[in-house]
Design a protein around this ligand. Structure first.
Ligand code: KG4
Ligand code: ZN
Length: 351
């Protein structure tokens, strides 16, 4: 079965063709980073307009790369929640038009759940129950999965998502946008005589499976800029990142990366410890931050020590993509969970 996947929830316009929920025949992604860089964040209006402009060329490229024509498509799956409403609407509108004109089923897919599916693409079926970790620019959540269609949220961030914290931290350090990968690269240049800055690891008590990253971000802000002068929403500071030497900047980046990743791995360990009644057999990881080198090596070690099958997507499937949408869309289709033309774009998460 050939499913055409569509993903436009934020600032990537993506279309993919996936066979039987597993084989990725094409995975085309048009990123908008250049359009949003001067604002150091995604501007929703600009993102929606860019999706409209880019959708048809991306669709054509995905069909060509897969070696198929529109009439070969058996169903259309679209990421319809959560995300920026204007961005989601462009993809949902396109998906409805395609499904209707081709006379094939339409499937609405949850973007975060789809991130957890990414490590299954071009791979084997994982064993359940599985623990799911979604780490992206918009979300940081833990899930228990009894199957692809049965998810329970165990915890989530109470403030910033981890990717958002990475991007803001990178801006504070004067790194280019989007900063997550740049901060990761800087921290990975650690030298033997480096003395990394120590930042607090926010654990929210001894039991919680929730996350918090805003305190870490503020600690970095003060460490880089010194004490705020004056009050209000936009205080001025003693200095900025230009006062830091290259070594100091690197030590800040290493310290931030350490604290951010530790906050995640502690919660993953807790979730595994709490799961005596249904021991997890697999750890599914997805979202842009699953490309992070330190997180990948820490999760690899953790999974090995716990005898878990770790599904870390290849780097091309970590970021927002439509192959994960088509993949999970196939599972929903098999379960009869198709949509009709009343499918709507929903900005909030399902669970
Ligand atoms: O999943 P994604 O493409 O979009 C959302 O659904 O949010 O994630 C994008 C996020 C951005 O915040 C980006 O900076 C972050 O993933 N990211 C990274 C790395 N690569 C991407 N963060 C830390 N280290 C990385 N290597
Ligand atoms: Zn995402």
């Amino acid at each position: 079965m050939l499913i055409l996947g569509i993903e436009t929830s934020c600032d990537e316009t993506a279309v993919a063709v996936v066979r039987d929920g597993r084989d990725v025949l094409s995975n085309v992604i048009a990123s908008q980073h250049d359009l949003h860089a001067e604002f150091a964040g995604v501007v929703p209006e600009i993102a929606s307009r860019a999706h409209v402009e880019r959708f048809i060329p991306v669709l054509r490229a995905a069909l060509t790369e897969a070696g198929i024509t529109r009439s070969d498509v058996d169903a259309v799956a679209v990421g319809h929640r959560p995300g920026l409403i204007g961005s989601l609407l462009t993809g949902v509108g396109a998906a409805k038009a395609l499904a209707w004109s081709l006379g094939v089923p339409l499937i609405g897919v949850d973007h975060i759940h789809a991130h957890l599916y990414a490590g299954t693409l071009d791979s084997t079926e994982p064993a359940f129950p599985a623990l799911g970790l979604a780490v992206s620019g918009g979300h940081t959540s833990l899930y228990a999965l009894d199957s692809w269609l049965s998810l329970t949220r165990l915890g989530a961030t109470i403030d910033d998502a981890i990717g958002e914290a990475y991007d803001k931290a990178a801006t504070i350090l004067g790194l280019p946008y989007p900063g997550g990968p740049h901060l990761d690269q800087l921290a990975a240049q650690r030298r033997s005589d480096d003395e990394p800055h120590t930042f607090p690891v926010s654990l929210l008590g001894k039991e919680s499976l929730d996350f918090s990253f805003s305190g870490l971000k503020t600690s970095l802000l003060y460490a880089v800029r010194g004490q705020p002068i004056g009050r209000g929403r936009r205080p001025t500071f003693e200095r900025d990142h230009t006062a830091l030497s290259a070594d100091q900047k690197r030590c800040m980046a290493i310290g931030f990366q350490h604290a951010a990743v530790r906050a995640v791995t502690v919660k993953v360990s807790r979730a595994l410890d709490h799961a005596d009644d249904r021991p997890f057999r697999t750890l599914l990881v997805g979202g842009g931050v699953s490309a992070n080198s330190h997180l990948r090596s820490e999760l690899t070690a953790l999974a090995k020590s716990r005898n878990l099958d770790l599904r870390l997507p290849p780097l091309t499937h970590c970021m927002d993509n439509a192959a994960m949408i088509a993949g999970l869309g196939y599972r929903l289709h098999q379960a009869g969970r198709t949509a009709d033309l009343s499918l709507t774009a929903v900005p909030t998460a399902q669970c």
